[in-house]
Design a protein around this ligand. Structure first.
Ligand code: FE2
Length: 274
């Protein structure tokens, strides 16, 4: 990893709400991360794990909720909706997963050292976090043909702190292009007040999206962030961003790491528990 943010990049982040940093991960690192994600997908017993069953039936939303809500401090496997036909996976598991999350950064021997590289903490400090605290990690597959759309959202909605503090680090494992569903973001959109908050309900077993402003985030003026493998994109937690479906025959793997500031309050009704 080679990560050092210069003054122009830090200015760009403050002005646009995101910054693209090229050449952060080496090919050896992206190759190792891809290989590890595929190894996890193909060696874990997903039947024993329960996830294959949970995700094969669309009416099992409660079981899916529980599987998701207890995934903050473990490694779990989430499928694409389009990967099941009549309750059966219709393709190899490594081509059926939507993502693996949410504690690769603490538990996995390949992802943890990269996620806890001192350069990550230095960059997070430079980006304004007093005490950078890696909170959540995901390996996102964005599979060829079935990789679904991720609608416009802000990460603060899902990783709420008071005051707002999260930053997202998005690492391209494959080249990301418009064809395979690259990130799209609205420059300066981080100045729009965050419109919703996803949180646990008092029963602690279900969640709600609390909406402060029902109007959608604007997409006019957004830019596609086409980047080469190894690039890191930093996202302000108030920046609206999204990605379109991957209808191409090419994968679009990415690794994301979200950090919060330990000096900020992390309310207990956040979905993610550690
Ligand atoms: Fe996001």
């Amino acid at each position: 990893m080679k990560l050092e943010l210069d003054a122009d990049q830090l200015d760009g982040f403050r002005c646009d709400g995101f910054v693209v940093v090229e050449g952060v991960l080496s090919t050896a690192e992206t190759d190792a991360m891809r290989a590890r994600a595929i190894e996890l997908a193909t060696t874990v017993d997903l039947e024993a794990e329960g996830s294959a069953t949970i995700f094969s039936a669309t009416d099992q939303s409660h079981a899916q909720d529980e599987y998701f809500l207890s995934s903050g401090d473990v490694i779990r496997y989430f499928f694409e909706d389009g990967a099941f036909v009549d309750g059966e996976l219709d393709r190899p598991v490594e081509l059926a997963l939507n993502k693996i999350g949410h504690a690769l950064h603490t538990l996995d021997p390949v992802f943890a050292p990269i996620s806890n590289d001192p350069q990550i903490y230095s960059a997070a400090s430079a980006l304004g976090l007093a005490e950078p605290d890696p909170l959540q990690s995901m390996y996102i597959f964005k599979q060829p043909g079935i990789g679904g759309e991720v609608g416009s959202h802000t990460d603060h909605t899902f990783l709420w702190t008071e005051p707002r503090s999260a930053i997202g680090l998005w690492f391209a494992i494959d080249d990301a292009t418009e064809e395979n569903g690259c990130l799209r973001a609205l420059p300066g959109g981080h100045r729009i007040p965050v419109k919703s908050r996803f949180r646990r309900l008092p029963d602690d077993r279900s969640t709600t999206m609390e909406v402060f402003d029902p109007t959608p985030y604007p997409t006019e003026g957004e830019v596609p962030l086409e980047v080469a493998a190894g690039t890191m994109i930093v996202l302000d937690s108030a920046l609206p961003h999204r990605s379109l479906p991957n209808t191409s025959p090419k994968p679009r793997h990415a690794y994301t790491l979200h950090l919060i500031d330990k000096t900020a309050d992390y309310p207990a009704d956040n979905w993610l528990r550690r």
